[in-house]
Design a protein around this ligand. Structure first.
Ligand code: KG4
Ligand code: ZN
Length: 332
């Protein structure tokens, strides 16, 4: 079964053709980073307009003349105006081609990016989803049955990376810039806070580390001291990656014995290295998405869309987009 998948939840317009949820036939992405860069972050209204401009030629390129068997689209969560561009386009195409329309949750898509690079991977497993807007530890019981074990109580991990990069004047998006800045830095130079909750071992909190970076930079400025950016970036990365690793490895150990990483932050080199060593030590089977599939793309939506279709999760033409939607909510 060949699925056309469309993703437009944030600042990437993407379209892909995916076979049986596992094989990427085409994977097209148009990034809006150059457009938003000058504002230091995503401007929602501009993002919507860019999606409108990009979507038509992008879908044509992804299809390459093929008529798909079904159309999958990200319907939640994300920027509402951005999501609506993809959802409306997918609705119109599904109607015109008389094909099923499959709504896909963006975070489930991130998890599904692993199905595209690990042919043997099947639920049940435990997953860490760390993106720009979410930080979740979930138990994936089946392809479409999610259980939230823990989540952030304030900021997402990616958000902390983006904010810290802004403070250091490194620009947007912050994750890759912090990773670059951290090269050669001393991760033990500054001790940043790591939050743990007694009653909720899998919950996160990243607003404290974010504020600590802000305070550190302000204090240095007031004293007229130069900030050592590599040391700060490396110390910040260590604080965030240790917490992400510790909690998700513990969750995997206490549940399925298998850990899957997903979302933009899973591209982080230090996080991947730490996860690999900790999982090896604890005897946990670790699955990392291919670096080029960590960020937003449509192939992952096509992968999850296939399994949503098999579970009977097909939408009617009244499908709406939603800015927020829990990852464990039944699709329809
Ligand atoms: O999953 P994603 O591409 O989009 C959302 O669904 O939010 O995640 C984007 C987030 C951003 O916060 C970005 O700074 C972060 O992922 N990110 C990284 C890296 N690459 C992207 N964070 C840390 N290290 C990276 N190499
Ligand atoms: Zn994403």
């Amino acid at each position: 079964m060949k699925l056309l998948a469309i993703e437009s939840s944030c600042d990437e317009t993407a379209a892909a053709l995916v076979e049986d949820g596992r094989i990427i036939l085409k994977n097209e992405v148009v990034s809006q980073i150059p457009v938003h860069e000058r504002y230091g972050g995503v401007v929602p209204e501009i993002a919507s307009r860019c999606h409108i401009e990009a979507i038509e030629p992008l879908v044509e390129r992804a299809l390459g003349g093929i008529v798909p068997d079904a159309i999958a689209v990200t319907y939640a969560p994300g920027l509402i105006g951005a999501l609506l561009v993809g959802v409306n386009y997918a609705k119109a195409l599904a109607f015109a081609l008389d094909r099923p329309l499959i709504p896909v949750h963006h975070l489930r898509g991130h998890v599904a990016s692993n199905y595209l690079c690990h042919p043997d991977l099947k639920p049940p497993f435990t997953a860490l989803i760390a993106s720009g807007g979410h930080s979740h530890i979930v138990r994936v019981n089946s392809y479409t049955d999610y259980e939230i074990l823990g989540k952030t109580r304030d900021d997402a991990a990616g958000e902390a990376f983006d904010k810290s990069a802004r403070i250091l004047g490194l620009g947007y998006p912050g994750g890759p810039k912090i990773q670059k800045a951290a090269e050669g830095g001393n991760p033990n130079a500054i001790v940043f806070p790591q939050v743990h909750f007694k009653d909720a071992p899998y919950d996160f909190s990243f607003s404290g580390v974010k504020t600590a970076v802000v305070n550190y930079a302000h204090t240095a400025k007031q004293r007229g001291e130069e900030i050592n950016a590599p040391d700060l970036a490396a110390s910040f990365t260590k604080a965030v990656c240790e917490v992400l690793t510790e909690k998700s490895v513990l969750a995997a150990k206490n549940t399925t014995g298998r850990l899957v990483l997903a979302g933009g932050v899973s591209a982080n080199r230090d996080l991947r290295a730490l996860m690999e060593s900790e999982c090896k030590r604890e005897g946990i089977e670790l699955y990392l998405p291919r670096p080029d599939l960590c960020g937003d793309n449509a192939a992952m939506i096509g992968a999850q869309g296939y399994y949503e279709y098999l579970a009977g999760n097909v939408a009617k033409s009244d499908l709406n987009a939603y800015a927020t939607m829990p990852v464990d909510a039944p699709t329809f």
